[in-house]
Design a protein around this ligand. Structure first.
Ligand SMILES: Nc1nc2c(ncn2[C@@H]2O[C@H](COP(=O)(O)OP(=O)(O)OP(=O)(O)O)[C@@H](O)[C@H]2O)c(=O)[nH]1
Ligand SMILES: [Mg+2]
Length: 213
């Protein structure tokens, strides 16, 4: 089975799972993580799934294994009165590769997304500059599909634990040029810095309050 077929099968299985859980009530939100290779997209999914920083997860979690195409993962979140599921779409960072989910299975990757996390690494200024190509691809898709809902974009600077050589004015410029970007977070998947704040923000914005009783 080709990677494209495999991803479609996984997406259908997820859809079936969600169809069951929807009837029971929890909010389901689809979250796309975009950004260059090695910025930490897959790491963020692991950290959210385990509710632990990379350093606290008990296996070979810090080794770099490039995501070849796309991974779909569900993350259950519970915060006092709010509970729900984030369906995480973790795509390959190599936007120019021969096959890429944003081009070859665009609806699976980008359709029905509530929020796009645009991730770059604080130790790699090029990964911030690369985001313009991702933003162009995404806005092109959303304007063509004339989606009624406006997808939020959130800018994430990962690897806050490393030496940072990016000027804040460059980050501000990226935000100012893209009106869809509604929030900026700094975090470290390695140490967990800023992760709780980011998840709390996502939950407050996208998870509905559960009815009591
Ligand atoms: N120092 C540091 N390293 C990190 C952090 N987050 C991720 N890494 C490391 O960065 C490398 C790449 O992480 P991945 O999560 O695989 O990157 P990715 O964006 O999914 O990469 P692609 O799948 O190629 O698109 C791994 O070795 C991670 O352990 C962080 O906050 N700090
Ligand atoms: Mg990856």
């Amino acid at each position: 089975m080709s990677p494209v077929e495999k991803a479609s099968v996984s997406a259908n299985r997820l859809a079936e799972t969600f169809a069951v859980s929807t009837s029971r009530g929890p909010t389901i939100r689809k979250v796309l993580i975009a950004g260059s290779g090695a910025v930490g997209k897959t790491s963020l999914v692991k950290v959210m799934k385990h509710n632990l920083p990379l350093l606290g997860i008990d296996d070979d979690t810090t080794a770099y294994h490039r995501t070849p195409f796309v991974e779909l993962e569900t993350v259950r979140i519970k915060r006092s009165s709010r509970e729900g599921v984030f369906q995480m779409v973790d795509v390959s960072g190599q936007l120019d590769s021969v096959i890429h989910p944003l081009r070859d299975i665009s609806r699976v990757a980008m359709g029905s997304v509530s929020v796009v996390l645009l991730m770059f690494s604080g130790s790699n200024v090029q990964s911030l500059l690369d985001l313009s190509q991702w933003i162009e691809t995404l806005t092109d898709y959303y304007s063509k599909t004339r989606s009624k809902k406006t997808q939020d974009f959130v800018l994430l600077k990962n690897k806050a634990d490393l030496h940072d050589d990016i000027d804040q004015t460059l980050i501000d410029a990226v935000m100012n040029c893209n009106s869809r970007i509604c929030k900026y977070h700094e975090l470290s998947c390695l140490t967990g810095e800023g992760i709780k704040e980011m998840i709390d923000w996502l939950v407050a914005r996208y998870m509905m309050i559960e009815e009591a009783g």
